[in-house]
Design a protein around this ligand. Sequence first.
Ligand SMILES: *Cc1c(COP(=O)(O)O)cnc(C)c1O
Length: 384
Amino acid sequence: MIDLETRLAELDAQGLRRRRRVLESAQGTRVTVGGKAYLSFASNDYLGLAAHPAIAAAACAAATQFGVGSAASHLLTGHHALHQQLETELAAFVGRPAALLFATGYMANLGVVTALVGRNDAVFADRLNHASLVDAARLSRAEHVRYRHLDLTHLEALLHASRAKTKLIACDTVFSMDGDLAPVPELLALAERYDAWLYLDDAHGFGLLGEAGRGVLHSHPSLLAPHPALIYLATLGKAAGVSGAFVAGSETLVEWLVNKARTYIYTTATPPMLAAAVSASLKLIAGEPQRRQQLQRLMAQLKAGVARLPWPLLPSDSPIQPLLVGDNHEALRLAEGLLQRGILLPAIRPPTVPEGTARLRISLSAAHTEADLAQLLAALLELA
Ligand SMILES: *Cc1c(COP(=O)(O)O)cnc(C)c1O
């Protein structure tokens, strides 16, 4: 038997032991942890919707009418009219023929990739893809071919050399630890040239990118045409402020996934109240462009403000704004100093990011004010 105590002690010794914080308030820019109030730059609640009263009210109303538990998988009796209606709304929202809800983005990635590729096939993946896409490729038993971050020349050489029967290119649209964007039209052109699927994980783009926050496909006109080989995934627990994920594509794709995606078939349907909550969220995402405008203002303020600091921001036009510190201990010292000043902003260290690139991952929210950001910049200047 492996000795877990010893292995945990090893993690401790390497400074890699992870511990959870207990949140005692609603999620937001002001949170309570351990009885103390903090200004937080540490969630994915980019639009400030996680605790929005209209979304909570929609969830409560649906729970009152239909209860909480779905009590069955989608293929038995768990597929509720609220799920069905939300799938129709989501497909229309992102401009694809059909959509399918999953319980989480992690499960969607596992389910989609394993339903489309297997032995004798290949998954081509950006090196900085999210862990769920890495796990999906491994679980599929397809060859897992990783290309250098955003390097399309490298990707093309690998596609060219591949003998795989079915090829699938999988890519984050906005990279979660760097905030940079994938060149989606160029990826699509490569996929079409090499007869590959293109699977786009827009977890950090949905709600933010494109007209009315409809996601990355709406940020490039060429992507709006029908592309049968393009598969779109977005998660609903980040900017949308709820929980879950959906895949959008052709009717045939969705029909195939209903039949073959094991993480769709062998799990209990999410509570219908969550579908009602997402419907309410979609109205706020599209109807309140001022949230995205506020994020643009905050990004400009941050970029101007860090000019006085010794650390650069990584190039990013998303609400993920990593401040590159480099040294692990220095990053920890800064995170600790911020905590003492009432600011929650975690240090991200290897192995989550490459050696020598420890960083503070500043996560902006439309709910932050200019004064909040000024407070963060002042604290960083004091610590510099
Ligand atoms: C968060 C995230 C996921 C996982 O989504 P969940 O709904 O949280 O499981 C998948 N892909 C990317 C790129 C993510 O950032």
